[in-house]
Every structure is written in structure tokens, then in C-alpha cells.
Design a protein around this ligand. Structure first.
Ligand SMILES: Cc1cc2nc3c(=O)[nH]c(=O)nc-3n(C[C@H](O)[C@H](O)[C@H](O)COP(=O)(O)OP(=O)(O)OC[C@H]3O[C@@H](n4cnc5c(N)ncnc54)[C@H](O)[C@@H]3O)c2cc1C
Length: 423
């Protein structure tokens, strides 16, 4: 078959890998002039490694991604350092990246709350039965089983941070998936995710996949000789963009499928990356979870070089500050200078010695499609990979549910789509 894939993120590339291995003629159309999609990175001339535009790491449980890397013969390039994740309580930072560490967190007080927190965490980690959990919201379930204080102290800040105004509507299966699939050791690729994406693209090209960078697909139309992408006809087409873009690309989709795509909710993200002259967290903390009510102007603060060495970046210290936001939030329209002005005072709360002249350079990355919002009974609203237009398929972050989005699940759904396309 002659197959077109729209998007050279990890989903599109994973699908291309299987389809090409099965003997098909595969062309990937990518609007950007690089591969890697949301997980892509960039590099300064004096850096040996790239930095992801949006902070990225893998979990040791990311079997689809780590399995693919093994198949590609690149496992020796994966490293799993053990960074520190911390949570704020009464002005002090406490480690918070395992059930045990969380049990020692003073914000929970002593006694019953700790027991409830531990039991709920254990239950969610052990159960595989997520279906009943999607029928209730995190808010309802946690208030009932973990209790008011545990929910408000530990879990509510997380859902508010991720989902903003939608936080009360997010279903409990999302929280289950998060706790189920995460580990304390975090993995990355030597050279950064972009180095992996480039190696993967090279392997695909060597195998005969054509990757056309800088080619934005404007529409996909069903015609007698197949599906038309630009001026070319293909037997089958896989789209790996956001649901909103998919709806625009193919208006011939049935009304109900289009409605399904357009009704899916998602959050965007604005992330600032900075190269600093000095280390911000001298304690070596990597990930700071910042409850919104503490007044930080962002949700996540991540010091990348407390995870991988600043040696890879010519001695620069790499810092991320970012937030999940609804499209239209004012951060989307602020310039890099304006955002830095808003963010900089908060860095002093991490290290009082911080001065603006520590910032050598800053970059801002924005996306409208960063995090799908799973509402109650979400499994009933997931668009099928096989669309009603013959030969047209769709695989995106919004369909990896009950799992939360991630490159691991992009690989899983890309490979699943490749299978469905050949059935
Ligand atoms: C802030 C943030 C933090 C994250 N952290 C992590 C993490 O720690 N670990 C992890 O594993 N994942 C993380 N993720 C999620 C991860 O980046 C995504 O799940 C994954 O990259 C999605 O891959 P994809 O191939 O499905 O989509 P994408 O990467 O979005 O790929 C789609 C591709 O389609 C292209 N495209 C769009 N429209 C067109 C068009 N009309 N024509 C041609 N091409 C087009 C785009 O340019 C893009 O390259 C994070 C995401 C964000 C936003």
C-alpha cells in the first residue's frame, strides 16, 4: 500500500516504522522543519546535548517506548538518573516522589490522614479496574476515600495545576493512570529527546521511509483513486495531529465523528526555558510541584541540570518554568521579555541569591494542545482510530486514554494504528 502519515512526532514515526517493516510505501508529511513534535528539542552552538522545548522524561514503566528503543538497537543511549521531586509546605521543600516519601510529608499531619493517604495510594497502585473510576470525578472520589484534608493538601493542587477551570470535572481514572504508570527513576536519551528523534528518523529514512519536513498538509480529500494529500493520491492516510486540526483537515468526516473530535477538551501550555549562569536549587532539586495558592506565576519549575549534568550544556544551568493554560490565556500573547519579568521574582523564592543577570538567554514555547481533559465516562467519547472516511485513520494524545498523554503512549497508539490500517 501507498501510505501517508501526517506528523513526524513519536506517534507518526512509530506507525511509519511498523508500516514500512510490513513492506508498505510510507511518506511522512511534517509541517515543522524538524522531527519529534511536542517532544522535540533545541540546541545552542556550545551545547553538546539538546534541551526539550517542553520538559520531558520517561518512566521506567514506559514499556512501549523502551521496547521500541530496544528494537532500534539504541538502549545503550538511555539513562535513568534519580532526580529529586519536591513539594512545598510552610515555606520548606520536602521530597515527594514516592508513596513512602509522601507519607513522611509533614503537610498531612499524623495519624488517620497518613493512613488514608497510604491506603488510597496503595489501592490505586494495585488495582487494574479503572472502569468504575471513570464514572466519578477525582474530587468526589478523593473526598470520599482519602478525606477532605488529604485531598485538599495533596491531590487538589495537582488537578488544579493541570486542568485549571476544568479541575472539578476530571475523572478519577486519570488519577489512577498517573499513579499506576509512574516511577521515581526518570529516563532520558543521551543527547536529549531530539537526539533520539533524529536517530529514529535516520533509521526510518535508511529503511526507505520518505520524511518530508516543512510540508504542511492543508486538506485530505476522498477521491476515486484514493485519498488525496496535496497533489498526490494514497491508499491510506494516518493523521497524528490534534483533534481540532484533524477536523479542519478532513471536513468530509461524518457529522458525528466531527462532533466527537470537536467536543474533546484539552489544555494548552506555555513554557519558558532559560540558560542560567548559576545553579538555582543548590539542594539539587529537579522538579518543584507548586500549588497554585502559593502564588507562583507558573505551575512547574524544573531544573533540568539537576537531573542531567550542566557539562552537556557548556556549563549552563537549564531551567524550565511553565504552566498548563486554556487557549486565550494572556500568557499566550506575552513576549519572552514580558514573561521573564513576571516569572523572575518567583525564582528568588527558590534561591534568594537569584538575580536577573543570572539569565543568559530565555526561550518561550507555546502550544494549544498539551493535555487532553478526561471528563466522566470519557471512554465513551474517544474517537476511533478508523474514521468513517474509507482509508483515513486518526491517532492522537486524546485517544491514549485511560493513560495520560506521553511519548510512551504516542508510540503505543502509533503502532496500534499501523496494525488497524493493515487489517
Ligand atoms: C508541557 C509538556 C510536557 C510533557 N512531558 C512529557 C514527559 O515528561 N514525558 C513524555 O513522554 N511525554 C511528555 N509530554 C507529552 C508528549 O510530548 C506527547 O504525548 C507526544 O510527544 C505526542 O506525540 P504525537 O506524535 O502523538 O504528537 P505530536 O508530537 O504533537 O506530533 C504531531 C506532529 O504533527 C505535525 N503537524 C501538525 N499539523 C500538521 C499538518 N497540517 N501537516 C503536517 N504536519 C502537521 C506537528 O508539527 C507535530 O510534529 C509532554 C507534553 C507537554 C506539552
Amino acid at each position: 500500500m501507498k501510505i501517508a502519515i501526517i506528523g513526524a512526532g513519536f506517534g507518526g514515526m512509530a506507525a511509519a516504522y511498523d508500516l514500512r517493516n510490513a513492506g508498505h510505501e510510507v511518506t511522512i508529511f511534517e509541517s515543522a522543519d524538524f522531527v519529534g513534535g511536542l517532544a522535540s528539542g533545541f540546541k545552542e552552538p556550545h551545547w553538546d546535548w539538546s534541551v526539550e522545548k517542553f520538559y520531558h522524561h520517561w518512566f521506567a514503566s514506559d514499556e512501549h517506548m523502551l521496547g521500541l528503543i530496544k528494537e532500534l538497537g539504541l538502549s545503550d543511549q538511555v539513562i535513568f538518573p534519580r532526580p529529586y521531586t519536591v513539594l512545598l509546605h510552610n515555606g520548606k521543600w520536602y521530597p515527594f516522589d514516592s508513596i513512602l516519601k509522601a507519607l513522611l510529608f509533614p503537610g498531612l499531619g499524623f495519624g488517620l490522614n497518613k493512613i488514608r493517604f497510604g491506603l488510597v495510594g496503595l489501592y490505586l497502585r494495585l488495582t487494574n479496574n479503572w472502569k468504575p473510576l471513570e464514572q466519578v470525578t477525582v474530587e468526589e472520589w478523593m473526598r470520599k476515600w482519602a478525606g477532605k484534608q488529604v485531598y485538599e493538601q495533596m491531590w487538589q493542587p495537582l488537578v488544579i495545576g493541570k486542568f485549571g477551570p476544568h479541575y472539578k470535572d476530571v475523572n478519577m481514572a486519570w488519577m489512577w493512570a498517573r499513579l499506576k504508570a509512574r516511577t521515581t527513576n526518570l529516563g532520558t536519551f543521551k543527547g536529549g529527546f531530539q537526539a533520539f528523534a533524529d536517530s529514529f528518523a535516520e533509521i526510518l529514512r535508511d529503511a526507505g521511509v520518505e520524511i518530508r519536513l516543512g510540508e504542511r498538509v492543508e486538506s485530505i480529500n476522498r477521491e476515486q483513486d484514493g485519498l488525496r494529500v496535496g497533489s498526490e493520491a494514497f491508499d491510506k492516510v494516518l493523521v497524528t495531529t490534534s483533534p481540532g486540526l484533524m477536523a479542519k483537515l478532513c471536513p468530509e468526516l461524518s457529522k458525528s465523528y466531527l462532533r466527537g473530535l470537536l467536543e474533546l477538551k484539552s489544555m494548552g501550555a506555555v513554557v519558558m526555558v532559560m540558560s542560567l549562569k548559576h545553579q538555582l536549587s543548590e539542594q539539587g532539586y529537579y522538579w518543584f510541584s507548586l500549588p497554585k495558592e502559593e502564588g507562583f506565576p507558573f505551575l512547574a519549575l524544573v531544573e533540568h541540570t539537576n537531573y542531567v549534568s550542566p557539562e552537556h550544556f557548556g556549563g549552563d544551568h537549564i531551567l524550565y518554568a511553565g504552566d498548563y493554560l486554556e487557549a486565550g490565556h494572556e500568557y499566550f500573547s506575552l513576549s519572552q521579555e514580558e514573561l521573564l519579568e513576571r516569572f523572575a521574582p518567583a525564582f528568588k523564592r527558590i534561591n534568594p541569591k537569584f538575580e536577573l543577570d543570572w539569565v543568559k538567554k530565555a526561550w518561550v514555547f507555546k502550544t494549544n494542545y498539551a493535555q487532553p481533559v478526561p471528563l466522566v465516562n470519557h471512554s465513551e467519547n474517544i474517537p476511533a482510530i478508523e474514521t468513517p472516511v474509507q482509508g483515513l485513520y486518526f491517532a492522537s494524545m486524546s485517544q491514549v486514554y485511560p493513560w495520560d498523554r506521553g511519548t510512551n503512549f504516542a508510540v503505543e497508539i502509533g503502532r496500534k494504528a499501523a496494525k488497524v490500517m493493515q487489517e
